[in-house]
Design a protein around this ligand. Structure first.
Ligand code: PEP
Ligand code: MG
Length: 369
């Protein structure tokens, strides 16, 4: 589908944009997604999932070495191979987004997706790292997890292996400085830390990012503005959002994981029994599509209130799939989020839903006035 809004539909969208309060961004990590998002009227990228960039056949070998290396030296050698790729990924995104906000989430893979699985893959990693294949077999077994979605992912990975986030931060700052020089418009990267459950995690990872920023700025003889914020996607993060806010420039609600962890319901296996639950009205709607106001919604409200109590201007967004669901967008307006972020093709729907939500909320205010 050629992403183009024309005729009456374009006019309708223009009216919608005139009334909506919330901004609409897109979840995008490829240049094509970013271009599509812009054509559909996205006002920024709300979530760039960097792990998706690492599966490219030209990179996956180095990615496996980075994860499998038993020592920092091996990890650093693999990361040095990945740095130019990441730098060009971010350069392209910054160019396309031309000064609009770009939220880049640091690596958040379930680790098993990056582990070598076949004998051949294990042998390749062993050759790359210059170690015995048997050592890599043991390492793969050590790293494998019974429950990867609740395991060594998100900022936990960045805390165990700080070099990974340092490489990504370097790539982001170098790309932003290059694009600022080239175009005269400085991108303002919003660096986002995933799966945070405590202020301390954010302080550690934020410290890593700030350290790299200082290094890159000194090397380049220039600086750029940037923000460091966090995903709020665990119930504990919602309940401690006041202390987390002290270290965050923004929050973005990851309602996919928040739904998973609030219901204790696997994102990947929900289909097995959820339809029966919806049919029997135990759960009114699929909670992975529409925000459940009593559970996930209540946690979002608590987090927004606690965060803004500590930092009144704290920027709040949502980047889970719910950001493109009209009923959930309506809910986001009641919490007064600053933006919703959704897949590029849902941007027009989100723009309309945000306008409808703004009208409804104004109507409610008028009626109660
Ligand atoms: C989320 O959890 O809602 C989210 C946006 O992150 P991901 O889907 O990549 O886990
Ligand atoms: Mg998530």
């Amino acid at each position: 589908i050629e992403p183009k809004l024309s005729g009456d539909f374009a006019k309708l969208m223009e009216w919608a944009d005139g009334v909506r309060r919330m901004k609409v961004r897109a979840n995008a990590e490829t240049p094509l997604d970013a271009e599509t998002a812009r054509k559909f009227g996205a006002e920024g990228i709300g979530l760039c999932r960097t792990e998706h960039m690492f599966f490219d056949p030209a990179r996956i070998g180095a990615v496996r070495q980075m994860i499998m290396a038993e020592h920092e030296d091996g990890r650093r050698a693999a990361l040095a191979k990945l740095l130019p790729f990441q730098r060009s990924d971010f350069t392209e995104l910054f160019r396309i987004m031309a000064g609009l906000p770009v939220t880049i989430r640091l690596l958040d893979p379930p680790l098993h997706e990056f582990l070598p699985h076949t004998e051949e893959e294990i042998a390749e990693v062993a050759v790359g790292l210059g170690v015995e294949a048997s050592a890599m077999q043991r390492r793969a077994a050590d790293l494998s997890e019974a429950n990867p979605m609740l395991g060594h992912r998100g900022c936990r990975l960045g805390i165990s292996y700080p070099e990974i986030y340092e490489m990504q931060a370097r790539a982001i700052f170098e790309a932003a400085i290059a694009v600022a020089k080239e175009t005269g418009t400085a991108p303002i990267p919003e660096i986002m830390i995933p799966l945070v459950m405590s202020k301390r995690e954010l302080d550690i990872t934020r410290g890593q990012v700030e350290g790299i920023a200082a290094q890159v700025f000194a090397e380049a003889g220039t600086t750029i503005e940037y923000m460091v914020g966090t995903m709020i996607e665990l119930p504990r993060a919602c309940l401690t959002a006041d202390s987390i806010a002290e270290s965050a420039d923004f929050f973005s609600f990851g309602t996919n994981d928040l739904t998973q962890t609030t219901f204790g319901l696997s994102r990947d296996d929900a289909g097995k029994f959820l339809p029966a639950y919806v049919e029997k009205n135990i759960i009114p709607k699929d909670p992975f599509v529409s925000i459940d106001p009593e559970g996930v919604g209540a946690l979002v409200k608590i987090a927004a209130k606690k965060g803004r109590r500590v930092k009144p201007g704290l920027k709040l967004g949502i980047c889970g799939e719910h950001g493109g669901d009209p009923a959930s967008v309506q809910f986001c307006e009641t919490v007064k989020l600053d933006y919703v972020s959704c897949s590029p093709y849902r941007v027009p729907v989100a723009r309309l839903a945000a306008a409808q939500a703004a009208l409804d909320s104004a109507g409610r205010t008028d009626r109660t006035a």
